[in-house]
Write a protein that binds this ligand. Structure first.
Ligand code: N01
Length: 494
């Protein structure tokens, strides 16, 4: 009987006590827990690490910052009048998420050091097991496990022979000295650009190993004055007006540009990037820094300091391909050995590993690994057929790029809560998207991808192994409209 599945409460139109598990205590997991509790739903957060913050806990590299404006990259219900500047530093962002989590009592319901190993749908509920041996049943699971989570570590020949210190940017070794040393960074994404700006002033010699040049959109990180911060504290409407302005600027420009390669917005972004590139004085260096694909095809690097840093005397842009790593340093295909004390791999993340390595078995034992054999997908990024009452936050094909993922997650959690409320109201005990709706959505998403800038001839982490962008390929307006309320005809309920 259905009532058994809901801890002995019948589906009878009365309110039903259910319990939810949230996986991950980063920005999305904290949000999910706050919102579930607001609706009176008991929940437990499982976090494999030892603290809150997700990506902001794991990434601690010098220069770490968020290139989305800080006031927009903030929960709408917990604004922070005290952000120091337009874009915030990583440690301040981590402190913010930690503070909000504690203020909302999420620390009391979070089990740190518990890594979810297995999720199994059985008899109308999810059996969750952790690597550490904990086993518990939940009615609902929200996976907030993050997108940029598993470091991509290329296997260069001779890597183990390096006599210096070598690590990935997301696994920073703070015991390693940086000042006055010879530092190499592999990669030219957003991480490498921030590292370059932070490390060039400290290194004796800095080598940036570039495989592909990046478009760089300039943005000055303007500090907020004490007076502005006081006004934001005393006058929340002024702060909301600022958030609205920052948000509108990005959405009007970037959101329109990425889904229409002929848009004036993309042309404007390209113009700004080209003008920025013109600030590089040496024509030879400028040429080597010039991408051969359209701006925003890869994620735009946003930096007001990168070009200045790479033009410093101790900084060297290396464009010869990497041959191998040797005890003394890195040898490129032109035969040159670049002597190094420290080598950082700013080589990005394996983005197709959503939730995994957790094994997930849905209704009838359907394995998520099998369902996602060709790459992760989910209806509107939140639900999957055969995986009832399992919801994803910032899941596959969410809006990504230069958006506020905080706002994206807030839209998604409200949508997910509407589905969960059907359970607590007693309308149904299980809900997941219908197979047909999943397929229709995915077909439409892939068709829309053809007009996006992400398929205009560059390689990037946005593209899945079929070459289809693993992101939201429609307008941001459509995302907001879709998230306003679930179309229940697309869902199967029992
Ligand atoms: O990683 P990336 P990232 N040999 O995948 C190169 C977010 N983020 O950590 O372009 C040589 O973008 C690779 O070269 P190529 C943001 O969403 C946000 O920088 O593939 N090079 C590329 O240059 C961002 O997009 C902030 O030819 C190799 C680089 O490594 C995402 O994180 C800050 C290589 C990887 O670039 C990932 O950024 C930082 C190899 N074998 C990051 N393998 C904010 O401010 C890879 N590369 C919000």
């Amino acid at each position: 009987m259905v009532g058994d599945r809901l801890h002995g409460v019948d589906v009878d139109g009365r309110s039903h006590a259910i319990r939810a598990a949230v996986i991950g205590a980063g920005m999305g997991g904290i949000l999910a827990a706050i919102k579930l509790r607001e609706r009176g739903i008991a929940c437990v957060v499982f976090e494999k690490g030892d603290g809150f913050g997700g990506t902001w806990r794991e990434n601690t590299y010098p220069g770490l910052a968020c290139d989305v404006s800080a006031h927009w990259y903030t929960y709408s219900f917990a604004r922070n009048p005290d952000w120091k500047s337009l874009m915030a530093d990583g440690p301040d962002i981590r402190d913010y998420f930690d503070r909000v989590a504690r203020e909302y009592g999420i620390d009391a319901i979070t089990r740190f050091g518990q890594e979810v190993a297995d999720l199994r749908y059985h008899d109308g509920g999810w059996i969750l097991e952790t690597v550490q041996g904990h086993r518990e049943r939940f009615d609902v699971v929200i996976a907030a496990t993050g997108v940029l989570h598993h470091p991509n570590v290329p296997r260069f020949e001779g890597m183990d022979s390096f006599a210096g210190d070598l690590f990935h940017s997301a696994r920073w070794d703070h015991s390693v000295a940086l000042d006055d040393r010879r530092i190499g960074v592999v990669g030219t994404g957003s991480t490498a650009a921030q590292l370059t700006s932070a490390l060039v002033p400290r290194a004796r010699r800095f080598d940036l190993f570039q495989r592909t040049a990046q478009w760089v959109l300039p943005r000055e990180n303007v500090p907020y004055s004490d007076d502005e911060r006081r006004r934001f504290r005393e006058n929340p409407e002024e702060l909301e007006a600022l958030v609205a302005e920052l948000r509108a600027k990005t959405l009007e420009g970037y959101a329109a540009a990425v889904i229409d390669v002929d848009s004036p917005e993309l042309a404007a972004i390209e113009r700004l990037c080209r003008e920025n590139l013109e600030t590089v004085r040496d024509p030879e260096l400028r040429k080597r820094l010039t991408p051969d694909y359209r701006a925003a095809c890869k994620r735009l690097v946003i930096s007001g300091t990168f070009y200045d840093a790479i033009q410093q005397e101790n900084a060297h842009l290396v464009t010869a391909p990497i041959r191998r790593i040797e005890p003394e340093g890195l040898r490129t295909e032109d035969g040159v050995l670049h002597d190094l004390d420290v080598l950082v791999l700013a080589t990005g993340f394996q983005v197709d590993r959503f939730i995994r390595p957790t094994t997930v078995a849905g209704r009838g034992g359907v394995s998520l690994d099998d369902v996602w054999a060709d790459g992760p997908h989910a209806y509107l990024s939140v639900s999957l057929p055969d995986f009832p009452n399992l919801f994803l936050l910032n899941g596959p094909n969410s809006p990504i790029g230069n958006f506020s993922l905080v706002e994206v997650a807030q839209h998604q959690i409200e949508y997910i809560l509407k589905l969960i409320e059907g359970i607590t109201r007693g309308d149904y005990a299980e809900v997941c998207v219908k197979e047909e709706a999943m397929r229709r959505f995915e077909d439409e998403r892939c068709a829309a991808a053809r007009r996006t800038v992400w398929v205009t001839g560059c390689d990037s982490w946005y593209l899945d192994k079929r070459g289809v962008p693993a992101s939201w390929t429609f307008s941001y307006d459509r995302f907001e409209t879709e998230m306003a309320r679930p179309r229940m005809e697309d869902f199967e309920t029992r």
